[in-house]
Ligand binder design. Structure first.
Ligand SMILES: [Zn+2]
Length: 806
């Protein structure tokens, strides 16, 4: 207000005097430099701590919690029953789990039934290496009828486990959470919409249970909203990591109705890039919409014998249940006909809630960030804080830490796995925290070292603008390629540019420039710090470089604050200037030492022992025709125990087409007294050059799966039916050009009808079945305590095959 005054007293800063060295031409130049640095760092640390505290799981509620609430303690009682032992689809243990689920749901007064059918797998999955895949499934389905239903809400989880472990988390967590949600819902007033509880079978084998429900159950005929509950580890926050397309309204309800909404539109993009699938895929293949949630930390136990009820973090179970119950109630009262929207939302967690905005804003915001950074560059130059040349150099040099930090993180992990090769078979180490911190420290060391080296020549302002320019440009790139992830760099770049502009327009020696750049860096912390923390379990240490990249981007948003750690050079001569320069190296040196120490602590703490065994892959395959047996391993460089079984390599595609193709480690084994599956010809008719074979494939032992393959040099398969259902006839590579995989085969066998055009006199068919557990095999030596089982679908498998010329 009032008459114009000179620039020095208005807040508009003067350009730095000509003699000021480049290193002091920063966006801020507080008088009390150390005080400003300390205040800014404390503020950022507080914001970071707030963001991370927000990711903590809630305390598990006790068994006497009010009836309308979700109690992890109550749900855990079901976890203990469900995951008492391994209960793979088709096993007697699986029957017992199903009986328990039925009893619990009926006990709540819900209409409950078992959908017992034969179903193909969902979509085209990677598990189909052996050929067209089918399973006998038994889904437990219960319905809570709505008072005035506008559609159906489905709560889904799979109750089967893998063959290698009891599935204490995967997916006893989801199954037991649904039982407890069902109980809580039946205590209150009836919801407006139908709520259907779908506990699926054979998820681990082929998603066949969910596919059977979604494609053929009467309750699924009109689609609806699916909330799928999963676990891929033992702990950590429950992340809503996958949605149906055009998710804006679903995400809005998630943000409002889930008590602990952790989810980001970036996770959706990452998940689409990973070779994973859950039951949710089977629902999305049909006309369902919905949300998919899981906790994913503690991935070392995933699909292994260590995935027991005791391994479960009940805080994660509480969060699963709290969110599922809140969402079931909200979707239970929402008009479900109005949930489809025309676009995807961008969303991410912040302390206290979930930020969301329409995906249509993604590109405009990205372009706005570019414009804001350009404006900052222009003002920086106009105020004499950086020349065009220095701005260009700052931009070019900012790419150095962006590239070097991820590469260094990958090299660090390479070094660690060279010292401890057993990590190669783990999704994540048992105690990954030290390694994660080492990666963050390494990224910080690289950023600090780069800054100390470039700051004097290029100047802080040019480097700050250069770093923000990369974030802004990445934002545009992401907005085009992976829109859900664009906020990660767009929003911090926009905040950084605005903070910088405010800093340059206020009096340099006052507190406001520091406040402005600190506030901007805080935006970067809120968005990027949880991303770093969640990326580690999502991708595992093997892809720690991605987290390192995000950590460096976070550092680039905070460069004006980092600059405060560097003493000013101006006015100092001789020894003082030298000391100032040396002090500038301190942050880099400290974080580099921290990275080495943390990695060393990790190696010292996370050793393999009986409770944390080094997992290994071993299976056994026998040809019942020739009596030849082999040990096989998927590992390329097996540990010494496994090495005692597999001394060479073999291509098993010709002998065991049911195991898929490819070179495996192999070694001779003693033949076991195990029968091959029987293949009986029920009918055989030839007409018009086509031969139709009705066959019955009957395992002669308790088999988890059975396969049947046709040598397509003896006949061309025209059509195939399994249990009366047509299956696609898709050519396979190699000798056995047609194949079928049947999971959970019934004891009375599987009826297969093949229509072929004969080439040779007889059709050569290869039948195989597989059970699990190597302990009883001749020549098997029990694992030493520190040797474990890899969580894979063929670990511990015992396959027997035989060729039948017909
Ligand atoms: Zn699983």
């Amino acid at each position: 207000m009032g008459a114009p005054t000179t620039p020095a007293t208005t807040g508009t800063p003067a350009r730095p005097a000509p003699g000021v060295p480049p290193a002091d031409r920063a966006l801020t130049r507080p008088r009390q430099r150390l005080l400003a640095a300390a205040a800014a760092l404390v503020a950022l640390a507080a914001v970071g701590a707030g963001s991370l505290l927000d990711l903590r799981t809630p305390a598990p509620k006790p068994a006497d919690a009010p009836a309308g609430e979700f109690s992890a303690s109550r749900a855990y009682e079901d976890v203990q029953v469900i995951a008492a032992r391994t209960h793979v689809a088709g096993s007697p243990a699986n029957d017992q789990v199903r009986a328990h689920l039925e009893q619990q749901l009926r006990g709540l007064g819900l209409e409950t039934e078992v959908q017992d059918t034969v179903a193909p797998e969902a979509g085209q999955l990677s598990g189909a290496a052996g050929g067209a895949t089918v399973a006998r499934v038994r889904n437990v389905v219960a319905r809570l009828p709505g008072t005035d239903s506008t559609g159906r809400v489905f709560l889904a989880a799979h109750y089967d486990s893998v063959q290698t472990g009891p599935g204490g988390n995967d997916d006893a967590a989801g199954t037991s959470a649904i039982l407890e949600v069902a109980r809580a819902l039946t205590t209150g007033p009836r919801p407006r919409n139908d709520i259907v509880f779908v506990l699926t079978d054979a998820e681990e084998a082929c998603l066949c249970g969910a596919a059977a429900f979604a494609t053929s159950h009467p309750l699924a005929a009109d689609g609806g909203v699916v909330l799928n509950l999963e676990a891929r580890g033992s702990t950590g926050p429950v992340i809503m990591f996958e949605t149906s397309r055009n998710n804006a309204k679903l995400v809005d309800i998630f943000g409002r109705a889930a008590p602990h909404p952790v989810g980001t539109s970036f996770a959706v993009e990452i998940y689409r890039a990973l070779p994973n699938d859950t039951d949710f895929t089977a629902f999305l293949d049909q006309k369902f919409i919905g949300l998919n949630s899981a906790y994913i930390d503690g991935g070392a136990i995933y699909h292994t014998p260590l995935d027991t009820p005791e391994a479960m973090d009940r805080g994660s179970l509480q969060q699963h249940g709290d969110n599922a119950l809140g969402l079931a109630r909200e979707f239970g009262r929402t008009d479900l006909t109005e949930l489809r929207s025309g676009h995807d939302a961008t969303y991410f967690p912040v302390p206290g809630g979930l930020v969301r905005y329409p995906g249509t804003l993604t590109l405009p915001l990205a372009l706005l960030a570019v414009a804001a950074v350009a404006a900052l560059g222009w003002l920086t130059r106009r105020q004499g804080r950086a020349s065009i040349g220095r701005l260009a150099a700052g931009f070019g040099l900012a790419l150095v830490p962006i590239v070097v930090a991820p590469v260094a993180a990958q090299l660090l992990w390479l070094a660690i796995t060279t010292i401890r090769p057993g990590y190669a078979e783990l999704l994540d180490p048992y105690r990954p925290i030290w390694y994660r911190l080492a990666v963050v420290a390494l990224a910080a060391a690289i950023l600090f070292a780069w800054y100390a080296l470039t700051r004097r020549r290029i100047g802080p302002a040019a480097l700050a603008v250069g770093g923000l320019a990369w974030l802004a440009l990445l934002g545009v790139l992401l907005a085009v390629a992976v829109p859900g992830g664009a906020y990660l760099t767009t929003v911090p770049a926009l905040a950084g540019a605005l903070g910088g502009l405010v800093a340059l327009r206020t009096r340099q020696t006052g507190p406001w420039p520091v406040v402005a750049v600190t506030a901007a860096a805080a935006v970067g912390v809120v968005i990027l710090l949880p991303t770093v923390v969640l990326l580690f379990p999502a991708l595992g240490m093997g892809m720690g470089g991605v987290a390192a990249l995000v950590a460096v981007l976070l550092g680039l948003t905070a460069l004006p604050v980092v600059d405060l750690l560097h003493p000013q050079a101006g006015g100092q001569r001789g020894l003082l200037a030298l000391r100032a320069r040396r002090l500038g190296v301190l942050p880099a040196a400290a974080t580099a030492v921290a990275a080495v120490v943390l990695a060393g602590v990790g190696l010292g703490v996370d050793r393999f022992d009986a409770d944390h065994p080094a997992p290994t892959h071993l299976m056994y395959a026998m040809d019942a025709g020739t009596g030849q047996a082999r040990w096989l391993s998927h590992e390329s460089d097996p540990q010494s125990w496994t090495d005692g079984y597999v001394d060479g390599t073999a291509d098993v595609g010709d002998d065991f087409p049911g195991l898929g193709d490819g070179e495996l480690r192999a070694g001779p084994a003693q033949p076991a007294n195990l029968p091959a599956p029987k293949l009986d010809v029920v009918a055989d008719a030839t007409a018009g050059g086509e031969r139709t074979l009705r066959l019955r494939l009957t395992p002669q032992r308790a088999a988890r799966l059975a396969t049947l393959h046709v040598d397509t040099s003896t006949a061309t398969v025209l059509r195939a039916e399994v249990a009366g259902r047509p299956v696609p006839v898709e050519p396979r590579e190699g000798k056995w050009g047609f194949g079928l995989v049947f999971h959970a085969p019934p004891t009375e066998g599987i009826e297969v009808t093949l229509t072929v055009r004969p080439i040779a006199g007889q059709v050569a068919l290869r039948a195989m079945d597989a059970s699990d557990g190597l302990d009883a095999l001749p020549g098997f030596r029990a694992r030493p305590p520190a040797v474990g089982v890899v969580g894979s679908h063929s670990s511990e498998m015992l396959a027997v095959a035989r060729t039948y010329p017909i």
